[in-house]
Write a protein that binds this ligand. Structure first.
Ligand code: 5RP
Length: 226
C-alpha cells in the first residue's frame, strides 16, 4: 500500500481491482476518466485479458492506458461495447449519479450508453443522501452566451479547456431534488450537449470500494453512513 494514501484512495483502488475481474478475453471495453479509473487501469493491465479492444473517454485515460500496454482505439468503428467502467462524483439513494468532475461527461455518457454493462466504481464518500454538487455540463460553443442565459445559474468552469469535441465545460448550481425533471429540462436545451446526470437505469453494476452494491441496498447504506 502506498504511503500517504487516503481511505478514499484505498477504496478506489479496491473498486478498480474488483472491476478488472469483470473484463474477459475478447471484450470491447470503455474506459472512463478520473482518479478511480487511474487505479483501475493498472489492475486491468496486470490481468491482461487477451484480445480486448479499448476506447477511452479522455486523452488522459488514453495516454495512461497506452502506457500500460492496453490497446486503445478511436471510438469510431465499434458499434457496441461489452462493458464500460468509470467513476462518479455522487450517487444518491435512488442510484442517480452525478458525473463530470473531470469534464469528460459527454464522452463518458456516449461510452456508457454504448455498453452492454456500465459499471460504476466509487469510494464510500461518494454515496450521498441527496445530490448536492454543482452539475457539470458540456455546452456548445456556438450560442454559448444564449445557452448560459437560458440556464440562468451556470458558470463556465475556470481554467477548464474545451472538451475534445469543442464543447465548453460549465457547472450548474440548482436544486437537484428531482433529477429526472432536471435531466428532461436540460435535454430540451439545444446548446446543452451533455449533462452529468446519469439515470439509475444506465448503471448495470455499482462497486463501493471492492464490494458490489445492489440498488436496493443503497438507501440503508447511505442512511447508515449518516
Ligand atoms: C470525470 C468523471 C469522474 O468519473 C468523476 O469525476 C469521479 O472522479 P474520481 O474518480 O477522480 O473521483 O465523471 O468526468
Amino acid at each position: 500500500m502506498a504511503s500517504g494514501e487516503s481511505q478514499s484512495d484505498r477504496e478506489k483502488a479496491a473498486a478498480g481491482e474488483a472491476a478488472a475481474e469483470l473484463v474477459e478475453a475478447g471484450m470491447r471495453v470503455g474506459l472512463g476518466t478520473g482518479s478511480t479509473v487511474e487505479r483501475f487501469l493498472p489492475a486491468l493491465a496486470r490481468r491482461a485479458p487477451r484480445d480486448i479492444r479499448c476506447v477511452a473517454t479522455s486523452a488522459a485515460t488514453e495516454a495512461q492506458a497506452a502506457a500500460l500496454g492496453l490497446p486503445v482505439e478511436p471510438f469510431e468503428t465499434l458499434e457496441r461495447l461489452d462493458i464500460a467502467i468509470d467513476g462518479a462524483d455522487e450517487v444518491d439513494p435512488d442510484g442517480w449519479l452525478i458525473k463530470g468532475g473531470g469534464g469528460a461527461l459527454l464522452r463518458e455518457k456516449v461510452v456508457a450508453a454504448a455498453a452492454e454493462r456500465f459499471v460504476v466504481l466509487v469510494s464510500a464518500e461518494k454515496l450521498v443522501p441527496r445530490l448536492r454538487r454543482a452539475l457539470p455540463l458540456e455546452l456548445l460553443a456556438f450560442g454559448l452566451a444564449a445557452t448560459l442565459a437560458e440556464l440562468g445559474s451556470a458558470t463556465l468552469r475556470a481554467g477548464a479547456p474545451p472538451s475534445p469535441d469543442g464543447g465548453r465545460i460549465a457547472d450548474l448550481a440548482v436544486p437537484l431534488d428531482d433529477p429526472a425533471a432536471l435531466a428532461r429540462r436540460l435535454d430540451a436545451i439545444p446548446g446543452v450537449v451533455g449533462h452529468g446526470l446519469f439515470p439509475p437505469a444506465m448503471v448495470a453494476e455499482l462497486f463501493v470500494a471492492g464490494r458490489r452494491v445492489a440498488p436496493a441496498e443503497l438507501p440503508d447504506l447511505i442512511a447508515a453512513a449518516g
